[in-house]
Design a protein around this ligand. Sequence first.
Ligand code: BEZ
Ligand code: FE
Length: 290
Amino acid sequence: MTMTYFTEGQSVAEVLGRHGPNVDERLAEVFGSLVSHLHAFAKEVVLTESEWEVAISFLTRTGQLCSDQRQEFILLSDVLGLSMLVDAVNHRRPPGATDSTVFGPFHVDGAPVRAMGDDICLDGKGESCLFTGRVLDLAGEPVDGACVDVWSDNADGFYDVQQPDEQPRWNNRGRFLTGPDGRYEFRGIKPTSYPIPDDGPVGQLLGQLGRHPYRPAHVHFLVTAPNHQRLVTHTFVAGDPYLTSDSVFGVKESLVTEYERLDDQEVQWRCHFDFVLAPDDPGPEGALGA
Ligand code: BEZ
Ligand code: FE
């Protein structure tokens, strides 16, 4: 490409024309598209210098808040709908497989492996709920040796890692390994809706946009099994007022689950959900299915 000077009309070509030889093909594709959309955006809105400064300051504060404990950039991606979009374009599952959703920042590797039926609620707060279901393959056959890794907030709407001095370690977390019948069963609590961390720039942005920071009540699951695709998902509580306005756009209709009221002193609710895993190798037809 002939090198010229930067002009408004030729801005994209000028930037992309500076690439050296042997640039990775995928990098060139992704960066090229990014620059072209970014320039089109700035031209469309006629971005002012003070708006550009606000954006730079916002991104700077977002980065400054990131640490081992906090990932404000992922939170930004979440509230922009980008996390769910990346999930959607990367996990076009075959029909019948359980839908995935956003991973979120509160998973902790290495939760205790518990016995079927165990109670994961260690702080004694909340309404007790029996969670039951099976891990199945696309043919409806039980999956033996699946790991159902579960995590959830407590009755006050906080994960154990957000309150290390108040909640017992591994509160509302555990891993359950299925046998040949594919079944899992544990006790936990009926989860509550809670706000995403909103004391930083992302929370400020939500405020300015007139958006609330709440997520509808949900339980997180990471389901893994040999020869099957890893499934990152939640189940949501039917009837939750935030189902259609989740601050991170994580809700899918197929994941909304009824909680059945039990006539029991000890366990007040039951929630049943079967996870259907897609096979590891989608084969020559690809994973798109439909
Ligand atoms: C969560 O559900 O744990 C979560 C997801 C995205 C952002 C913040 C929290
Ligand atoms: Fe969550």
